[in-house]
Design a protein around this ligand. Sequence first.
Ligand code: PRX
Length: 648
Amino acid sequence: MSQNIQTLQKEDRVFHPSPEFSARAHVKSMEEYEELYKRSIEDPEAWWSSQASKLVWQRPWDTVLDWSNAPFAQWFLGGKINASENCLDRHVREGHGDRVAIHWVGEPGDTRSLTYADLLRETSRFANALKARGIKAGDRVLIYMPMVPEAAIAMLACARIGAIHSVVFGGFSASSIKDRLEDSEATAIITADGGWRRGSVVPLKANVDEALAAGCSVDTVFVLNRCGNEVTMVEGRDLWWSDAIDGVSDDCPAEGFDSEHPLFILYTSGSTGKPKGVLHATGGFLTGAYSTFYYIFDHQPDDIFWCTADVGWVTGHSYIVYGPMSCGATQIMYEGAPNTPDWGRFWEIIEEYKVTVFYTAPTAIRAFIKAGDSFIDQHDLSSLRLLGSVGEPINPEAWMWYREKIGGGRCPIVDTWWQTETGTIMISPIPGATPTIPGTATRPFFGIDAAVLSADGNECGPNEGGMLVIRKPWPSMLRTIYKDPERFKKTYWGEYEGIYVAGDGSRVDPSGNFWIVGRLDDVLNVSGHRLGTAEIESALVSHSAVAEAAVVGRPDDLKGQAVVAFVTLKAGYQHGPELAKELKIHVGHEIGAIARPDDIRFSQLLPKTRSGKIMRRLLKEIVSKGEVHGDTSTLEDFTALAALQKED
Ligand code: PRX
């Protein structure tokens, strides 16, 4: 194991935060971080209570943590809380109703600014519209929206009445919606006619109609008018957002729910074909979102924050909606693509709104590098004071470029490691304190007992590769996989007793910095998005020509990993470029464009072990090195290797 994970990367550039940055920061020095971290790990319950108590609770909790039924944690038991109240009412009550919550920029250039008072009014109204359609606490509501303020309003309206939202990324296809509907048994969908993406309209409502064609549990579809494209409305089931809130009261009292009341389900890829419904609970999730946003983005009242993620991913949940809004931040929300109308779009927005804190993904940074500096040089980015990165390991070259070109050499970079399951950031620099080194997410957040363990369960020595784990429960941890507690136990807690296994390989350097190497399971990271190889394989096999498929990742300069599919055909089908193209389109239709294979390689047979398992290790070697160097002695059929051929 350690050989597989070990990296020989040597990086000795160290960057300290400037004295000016540290002087104003919430945590001002490494000594302060060390002291606070030590205390937080010695008594995590005290630390997390101190953070939870910064939120508004309608009833205080009696018990901080119940871990007696591990790995099923319960946090802040007895406490009653409303997430929407914490994100909206609280700020209005405290006199900040006029503060802008969202400066929104549509892809075609239209803009809107909504204050906290505006958001509270619109959320309350829409929450009443949900109630009017019979939606109540505990019901599941699927949200399939473009990046418009109503996406956040829809989430907060669900939270307000205790309905459990499940956001599906707008780039996913009808069949992905259908799978998620079947699993969540949602009774309502909130969508839009369309959303703008690279100058075209993504037909969101039409995708919903296709997903619903086979019939299911949904009896209400709310449709926001965003693009004005033609849609079909089904009588009795579908209603326009504007009609739903017309004449509806904007008074919707925020009822307190049990801390453990589910806040949302977010589906994510695992190593089987079926996406996992990661379930998060209200009080704990909000505590983590608030605390990490406050410390890691060093939130200051005059900040203009911008997280470029989509609300369809966990980053959008934690660092567009619940983290920034529970802290009362002002933020940017942008609807479209970074290269529309050209690669200067982000920099133009930063200049215009004087963004101070900017959070994006390494894949976007690499795309900006490729596009060339001319798009940046025309813009004044001097308002920026802090930069963040998330989604995949950031290569040192991209890190340095980000620091120099975007951060003007003066902004600390927080490389934040976390997952859909962890809910909020687990490992990251604290920007006023931590010395940063390109390529490492540095140190665990307060209260997070991260470590790297070897297969036998011992803690690895300095620079020795192993499995990244978290040894103590934390409030924003997933509570279970929706309707599948056995899979929850097996996936995350099966390896070591009471210890969370993240599925990533890592090492810790002698200074205590964590270097994340990447997934150890059959999960790919394509442009910072998680895709299970099994999901793509089952999409391929659902095509009439395909007998068997094996999908692996190939290192890619832009996307991090590219998707390569090895395919065997049923008798009577001819391989060739036409079929390869058809299969790529088919996968795009089954899952979404991000899952479309970059290469399709046809083969007579796939290399398998004697027990019939596909030998992905060999396939990975073929795609990354072009030939096989590893041990092939367990191959069922050696000829299979020679027969693999590329077909684009
Ligand atoms: O492999 C790690 C990688 O993304 C995975 C989590 O993906 P997802 O649940 O979609 O959440 C992405 C946004 C939080 C992790 O298991 N990952 C995420 N951030 C980093 C990272 N790998 C290295 N460095 C990071 N900063």
